[in-house]
Design a protein around this ligand. Structure first.
Ligand code: T5A
Length: 235
């Protein structure tokens, strides 16, 4: 009887401590991967899960997340003017959008103890503009660092899958939109292959932060992995 009491008290204490830690720890989680990897789907599920634990959650995205950054998003994704968007201009627009986003949204949210779930962040710039567009990587990393304004992800979930599978999913999702145009999605397959390879290289370089998930799994299987990794990061 006495033993049972001790076990019960220990369990009670453990859950109290867990609840306390989970309640207060701000966390910055980014979601990365090639086109159509299933990030948005997992973010939605994770938000619901974290809110069911009583946590304050902010879901946001890049490029975007503030009204002005959303304007920049519209340009980098859909611009069709006669004057081509110079690759360095594209990079600067992504970094300008990020600067608005980190300073006005992400940093204040983290400061208030909110869990921030961000659909793409600085690793996407390294993969798309650095590897995809072959821009000067050293300079790009410095710009990334500047635009991040101290908001370094605690955890990055990299949804990896063959680019053909992701492109097919992305195409199927917008098949009903007659005049769909997306500058980056429309890039050639070798561009997207460089993007995928670059994401995997980042994961090899920073294995503590970046966790690679096999995004060809079902939505449910993937979410079980996501939940495990996030619970780990929270405890
Ligand atoms: N970019 C971004 C840069 O070039 N540089 C930068 O610095 C940054 C920040 C953003 C674009 O900007 C580029 C990268 C991008 O090209 P976006 O519209 O946000 O544009 O594009 P994505 O981030 O690629 O978003 P997608 O919506 O295309 O892909 P997701 O969010 O990864 O996928 P999701 O969840 O919408 O799923 C796609 C489809 O697949 C299904 C879903 O139902 C959906 O129909 N699906 C699955 N099917 C089978 N199995 C699963 N496990 C599935 N999960 C989802």
């Amino acid at each position: 009887m006495a033993n049972e009491c001790i076990v019960y008290s220990c369990k009670f204490l453990f859950y109290l401590i867990l609840e306390h830690v989970m309640e207060r720890k701000a966390l910055f989680i980014t979601f990365e991967g090639p086109e159509g990897a299933g990030k948005s789907t997992q973010i939605k599920l994770l938000k619901e899960y974290l809110e069911s634990l009583g946590r304050q959650v902010l879901v946001t995205r890049e490029p975007g997340g503030t009204p002005l950054a959303e304007d920049f998003r519209n340009i980098v994704k859909h611009y069709q003017g006669e004057e081509p968007l110079f690759p360095a201009t594209e990079l600067l627009l992504f970094e300008a959008a990020r600067t608005q986003h980190t300073n006005y949204v992400i940093a204040p949210a983290l400061k208030s103890g909110t869990i921030v779930l961000c659909d793409r962040f600085a690793d996407s710039t390294e993969a798309y503009q650095g590897a995809g567009r072959s821009l000067d990587m050293d300079f790009l990393l410095k710009l990334n660092n500047f635009a991040m304004a101290g908001c370094k992800p605690d955890l990055t979930l990299l949804f990896d899958l063959p680019i053909e599978v992701g492109m097919e999913r992305a195409r199927a999702r917008v098949a009903h939109i007659a005049d769909h145009n997306d500058r980056l999605e429309a890039e050639k397959m070798d561009f997207h292959q460089r993007v995928r390879d670059s994401f995997l290289a980042i994961a090899r370089r920073e294995p503590e932060r970046v966790k690679v998930l096999d995004a060809t799994q079902s939505i449910e299987e993937l979410f079980a992995e996501v939940k495990g990794l996030v619970n780990n990061a929270l405890s």
